[in-house]
Design a protein around this ligand. Structure first.
Ligand SMILES: [Zn+2]
Length: 345
């Protein structure tokens, strides 16, 4: 054990010393396949925590993309290194076990509005439609810049470091571990059945409407069986797509609508009781093999929430962290019923 730790420490030092421009790198656990980004910025100014007076997003200086009230800007404290010609090409195999390589990519902020106060539910429909349209533009931009994967997400809760309505986007040079795993499963499913797993899930949920929380013209949102978090919900388009930029203007509006409906339900259900951390993730196809993904994969939004009930938080301890088996007592049908009947309207 001591030898391994020493070897690892030594490699990290070598990597850090090898270039002034090297900011972050990945390490991979060869047994589990778990990947860590080393290099998340810890020198974030204290002023960024909590309420601040001079919020840089009230008047963003560097604007990469704009759609109405919504802006795409660089993250001033990125976890990933930008591409740089002077970076060494790293793919170290220490002892032929530990793979360490540059963590390259782009960390961006999606500013929903220049208005500092508020969150998704306080923004008007026009602004929310701008946000979804900006997601489409920023995903297209990632594809055109040669990234392999774009992950758009939002964390919202009392622990947020910035209380300005915003989400984030990570543009990656590789497909993240969970998505690699999902795609392998989707390929196997297609090989076995000749069908796309997303089509089958949509069909199953439409037939069994007990788990559906809300649906509009183009999307359904339902409480998914096998969800990691008790209050996890999934949004699927009724017509399968791979990326948010494939949705028409009307579908983009419908997407904003379905997100707003489910967020209203959460907000109404947890009012004055318990404030869980809310996590929204656009899970899109990678960009490297459209033909394959068109056949086996699909776009979705997974919304997680750390609540176990309206009074308590679901915590992940030994069983969950070591085995991936997750224990809680509620069923997706019960969660769907709670969120369907607590609409906040
Ligand atoms: Zn602000």
């Amino acid at each position: 054990m001591t030898t391994t730790i020493n070897l690892f420490t030594s490699l990290s030092k070598q990597l850090k010393a090898s270039s002034n421009t090297l900011k972050s790198f990945y390490t991979e656990d060869p047994i589990t396949g778990n990947v860590v980004i080393h290099g998340a910025t810890n020198n974030r100014p204290k002023a960024y925590a909590g309420e601040i007076i001079d919020c840089p997003w009230d008047n963003p200086k560097t604007i990469l993309l704009q759609r109405g009230n919504a802006f795409l800007v660089p993250n001033d404290f990125p976890a990933l290194s930008e591409n740089s010609a002077s970076d060494p090409q790293l793919d170290y195999l220490a002892n032929n076990i530990y793979r360490i390589c540059n963590a390259r990519g782009e960390c961006l902020i999606v500013i929903y509005s220049k208005q500092h106060k508020g969150h998704w539910l306080t923004l008007n429909d026009e602004t929310l439609n701008d946000v979804v349209a900006l997601w489409a533009m920023s995903t297209k931009r990632a594809q055109e810049k040669g990234f392999q994967y774009a992950h758009i997400f939002e964390n919202d809760g009392p622990l947020n470091s910035m209380h300005h309505p915003h989400g984030q986007q990570y543009n990656l040079m590789d497909i993240p571990p969970f998505q690699k795993h999902e795609i392998r499963r989707a390929q196997k499913h297609f090989a076995k059945t000749g069908k796309n797993i997303f089509d089958m899930v949509l069909e199953a949920e439409t037939k069994n409407n007990e788990r559906i929380i809300y649906e509009n013209e183009d999307f359904i949102v339902f409480a998914a069986p096998g969800a990691k978090w008790p209050f996890q919900v999934r949004i699927l388009p009724k017509k399968r797509a791979l990326w948010v930029f494939e949705f028409s203007e009307n579908q983009q509006k419908q997407l904003a609508d379905v997100i707003t409906k489910v967020r209203k339900s959460y907000a109404a259900y947890f009012t004055n009781k318990y404030k869980p951390t809310f996590m929204m993730n656009l899970i899109q196809a990678p960009f490297d093999n459209e033909e394959l993904y068109r056949q086996v994969y699909g776009f979705r939004i997974d919304i997680f929430c750390t609540a176990l009930s309206d009074k308590a938080e679901k915590l992940m301890f030994s069983l969950e962290n070591a085995t991936g088996l997750i224990a809680y007592s509620t069923t997706p049908e019960e969660i769907a019923e709670e969120l369907r009947t607590t609409t906040g309207e």
